[in-house]
Design a protein around this ligand. Structure first.
Ligand SMILES: *[C@@H]1O[C@H](CO)[C@@H](O)[C@H](O)[C@H]1NC(C)=O
Length: 254
């Protein structure tokens, strides 16, 4: 990642030096995608500074934070530049993201590496704000164990959402593509109250803050599995814990 960002930064510098005529809009097109805060957001990774243009803002961001700057937020009026992590679609449960909702600031993000994906069989690529994942969305209702088995049969596993970017992708494909109750690869089957992703990684404290719907998990009865509930009459901001025998749609990741 460091080398990729560094090479983007060097190419930008090169272009800036050699082509004064090239407008910053053209430069932007080539390396960065521009969006508003209602399309894509990010988390601030450091304090703001002022920059003369969005390109300089993003360039300085990659130079100051070579390993972690994946996006930058720029206000053309105030010239305030804010460094950001990977961009993701706005999530109702994440209230600390930049740009703030309804602000005029623009977010610029670089496309992340696309994972290998056999799109000729079962899988397709889904992109959100520059991040792409190789998924199979199955609109057939099965219980949790069956969903795990079906994913394994395609040499894949149930989708895990162990980062904000992955949670944002899960939320949006389950809502915008499946639009139905959808399993997530996160359970506390082995030890009540200790949620673990399907690859064995424990749920981090950071992600624990962001993924749950109001007052969840409530561990009513024997609710060891997790789901997104789309569409719901209320507007869920995150996932719910539920008994594993229920049947739902599911998402496999290659
Ligand atoms: C997803 O996998 C199922 C098999 O579990 C398959 O029937 C379906 O065609 C796949 N979806 C796509 C888009 O390939």
């Amino acid at each position: 990642m460091y080398r990729r960002i560094k090479s983007i930064a060097l190419e930008l510098l090169f272009l800036l030096e050699l082509h004064d005529q090239v407008t910053s809009a053209e430069l932007r097109e080539a390396f960065l995608t521009q969006a508003t805060g209602s399309e894509c957001q990010t988390l601030a990774i450091g304090d703001s500074w002022t920059s003369v243009s969005p390109i300089m803002c993003c360039l300085e961001c990659t130079l100051r934070y070579p390993d972690t700057c994946h996006s930058c937020v720029y206000n053309a009026h105030s010239q305030v530049c804010r460094p950001g992590s990977i961009a993701f679609r706005p999530l109702a449960s994440v209230t600390t993201s930049i740009p703030e909702r309804n602000s005029n600031d623009k977010i610029f993000y670089a496309k992340q590496p696309v994972p290998p994906c056999d799109t000729s069989r079962y899988f397709a690529l889904y992109e959100i704000c520059g991040s792409t994942l190789c998924l199979n969305l199955t609109a057939t209702e099965v219980n949790f164990i069956q969903a795990q088995t079906n994913c394994a049969q395609m040499n894949s596993r149930l989708f895990i959402a162990n980062s904000l970017v992955r949670f944002s992708l899960y939320w949006h494909v389950s809502r915008d593509h499946l639009n139905y109750y959808t399993w997530l690869g996160l359970t506390d089957i082995d030890e009540e109250g200790k949620f673990v992703w399907d690859d064995g990684e424990p749920l981090s404290g950071e992600m624990n803050k962001y993924i749950w719907d109001y007052q969840q998990p409530d561990s009513l009865g024997n609710e060891d599995c997790t789901e997104a509930r789309h569409p719901a009459r209320w507007d869920p901001v995150g996932i719910n814990d539920i008994e594993c025998w229920h049947t739902k749609y599911y998402i496999c990741e290659a």
